[in-house]
Design a protein around this ligand. Structure first.
Ligand code: ZN
Length: 81
């Protein structure tokens, strides 16, 4: 079981990252992350994951071959129906 302040912190993490929380919530979040290793570790882990995802998405252009396959699948679907 997480302490209630950690549950709140983790629930608000996304909004915090996007800067969508009210000023005092942003401040208490920052305070909590400084004080709580568990939530800080979670946040850093998540950010590392998002970073990797973003890097992967940027370097991955859909290959022509795959696009063709998808088009063929769609064409086949609509033929079969
Ligand atoms: Zn915490």
């Amino acid at each position: 079981m997480l302490p209630p302040e950690c549950e709140t912190a983790l629930q608000q993490l996304d909004a915090f990252r996007r800067g969508e929380l009210a000023a005092e919530e942003m401040a208490s979040m920052r305070g909590h992350l400084e004080a709580c290793r568990r939530c800080l570790a979670f946040k850093q882990h998540e950010e590392a994951f998002l970073d990797r995802l973003l890097t992967a998405a940027q370097s991955c252009t859909c290959p022509d071959e795959l696009r063709t396959t998808i088009y063929q699948m769609i064409a086949k679907e609509s033929r079969d129906n």
